[in-house]
Design a protein around this ligand. Structure first.
Ligand code: GLC
Length: 562
């Protein structure tokens, strides 16, 4: 891969847009980022040490996956206490130090708000299990009597996202089987009942607690969850997986009231706090509803993430993202829930339309990957993303071109998806393996312990950050350059103007006088003369002629001195 021309980064132009328009946010999966205290688990001290690297990459914000006290059944998405930091990760003082240092470096800090469910170890849930059916303690969750003569069957036919029924039965004080509680995910994650005033008040206090510590915003976990259809009715076909999107369980109208309340709280701070939703819904209209001016600022355009490497599919997904969000969508190609990009793009591409809400079919497929091909495509996809209007979210390790780790030992796997499916699905551990920082150090520089919470494969050293930094054409260098050039040429929310060619495998557009051309095909593409707005400023693959874009690569053209 070659950088044809490296321009020095400009200061970001003065603008009246909110900070997130044009920004790049780096997703920190804390457990795997960097281990500062040598226990094999990433932590806040490790993050503090790594912040300079995130700043050097050119990122404007970090999004921290949940770091609250948790029994870690779903690695922090099962929260036992919303007002503290898990001891594995450090203390509130460590957290404050991260916020201070991030702000000093010009990086905003976003946390994860998990409000659909908590952990079975949360004091409210423990109290609810001890309390009687019909008690105020149980009313904070969804407890219900079972069906069948002895109440031995779940109250309805809903299924957990992680496999199996969405209900688990508790035993009463005398040890007899009692009511069931609803959990949309693992049985360790009881769903809150958002009809309960205690619950909404609690989350208001949680938001205030972290906002007052300087947190700039939240990513809202399962934003389409939270509220269930009144009476928790069966959903036809839910138990066989043939019922499509279970609208009784997801995307209920009541969720919107929650975000209106949160938004007005966030807006009451002088600097206006920010919200981005994780929303999996089957249509543009439904997604757009979350983005009304008094709700969330953004929601991830997952439609793009789940597409195969195919120009027309990518273009349709970009248009869908813009249609839902307006001028500044939030784009991402990967996160802690899906397989790594270089692996996905290196696998056989399945072109049948996929259900945009079905992550497993689209983004968690098992299968051999051609990593050279996948790496070329991932670099080109980064160039595509970073030319788009809006915000780009970058999952840690993507900038190193890390592949999915398929060869984790069975006994090392921990994801509840793996456990609940009894190994039928690999789950998400393979994209969560601790990051390699230094090729020749212990644990590849992740930390000082003898091993890490998920073992790193031997081949991880090849992708280490220090190695990538020393190679002129590495994925890391490409990302650095793309991010710095984005500030200069693609930062605002100027609209996309698509450029058409005879080649269906070429995707090209102009924005604010600069051009992005992506060749998803196997043949080189000679860029049309009238597309060349100025000079080529970056190309993700080596090319003999600067205006010829090799297979599976991308280039940007921009006015010199622009
Ligand atoms: C979201 C998170 C995922 C988690 C789930 C349950 O989808 O991204 O990691 O397992 O919610 O909280």
């Amino acid at each position: 891969m070659t950088l044809i021309d490296v321009l020095s980064p400009d200061e970001r132009a003065e603008s009246t847009s909110p900070w997130w328009v044009g920004a790049v946010a780096y997703q920190v999966y804390l457990r795997s980022f960097r281990d500062g205290d040598g226990d094999g688990i990433g932590d806040l001290k490790g993050l503090l040490r790594g912040l300079e690297d995130i700043a050097a990459l050119g990122c404007d914000a970090i999004w921290l996956n949940p770091c609250y006290p948790s029994p870690q059944r779903d690695h922090g998405y099962d929260i036992a206490d919303y007002f503290d930091v898990d001891p594995d990760y450090g203390t509130l003082a460590d957290f404050d130090a991260v916020v201070r240092e991030a702000h000093r470096l010009g990086i905003r800090v976003l946390m994860d708000m998990v409000a659909n469910h908590c952990s079975i170890e949360h004091e409210w849930f423990r109290a609810a299990v001890r309390a009687a059916p019909g008690s105020p303690e149980r009313a904070r969750f969804h407890f219900a009597d079972g069906r069948g003569a002895e109440g031995e069957l779940p109250p309805n036919n809903w299924q957990s996202v992680f496999g199996g029924p969405a209900w688990t039965r508790v035993t009463d004080a005398a040890g007899r089987p009692g009511q069931w509680y609803l959990h949309s995910f693992d049985s360790g994650q009881p769903d809150f009942n958002w009809e309960s005033a205690d619950v909404s008040l609690h989350f208001r206090r949680v938001l205030e607690f972290w906002f007052d510590r300087g947190v700039d915003g939240f990513r809202i976990d399962v934003g389409h969850g939270h509220v269930k259809a009144p009476g928790l009715p069966d959903w036809p076909g839910a138990e066989t997986g043939t019922g499509g999107h279970n609208h009784a369980m997801w995307d209920q109208p009541g969720v919107h009231d929650i975000y209106r309340t949160w938004r007005s709280l966030g807006d009451s701070y002088p600097e206006k706090k920010y919200f981005i939703g994780e929303i999996w819904v089957p249509s543009i209209e439904r997604l757009a509803a979350y983005l009304r001016p008094d709700e969330m600022h953004q929601a991830f355009s997952f439609d793009l993430l789940v597409q195969p490497w195919d120009a027309s599919r990518l273009r349709t997904a970009i248009d869908a993202g813009l249609a839902a969000a307006g001028s500044a969508p939030a784009w991402t190609l990967s996160n802690h829930d899906v397989h790594r990009t270089v692996t996905r793009y290196g696998q056989e591409q399945i072109l049948e339309p996929t259900d945009p809400t079905d992550m497993i079919a689209a983004a968690r497929r098992i299968g051999r990957a051609d990593l050279d091909k996948g790496t070329r495509r991932a670099a080109a996809a980064a160039a595509l993303l970073l030319a788009l209007p809006g915000t780009v979210y970058l999952y840690q390790g993507e900038e190193l071109g890390l592949p999915e780790v398929f060869d984790l030992p069975r006994e090392a796997r921990q994801d509840p998806i793996w456990i609940r499916s009894e190994g039928a699905e690999l789950g998400r551990d393979g994209c969560r393996v601790p990051i390699p920082w230094a090729a020749t150090e212990k644990n590849f520089g992740f930390g000082e312990s003898d091993s890490s919470w998920l073992p790193q494969p031997e081949w991880f050293g090849r992708y280490a950050r220090d190695r990538a930094a020393a190679q002129p054409n590495s994925m890391l260098r490409i990302y650095e350059q793309l991010i710095s050039l984005r500030r200069r040429f693609f930062a605002g929310d100027a609209p996309i103007v698509w450029l058409d060619t005879e080649r269906p495998d070429v995707l090209a557009f102009q924005r604010a006088g600069a051009t992005c051309v992506v060749n998803t095909g196997a043949q080189p593409f000679a860029v049309l003369a009238h597309w060349q707005t100025g000079a080529p400023v970056i190309a993700t693959a080596a090319t003999e002629a600067e205006t010829v874009i090799p297979r599976d690569s991308a280039a940007w053209f921009a006015p010199r001195g622009g």
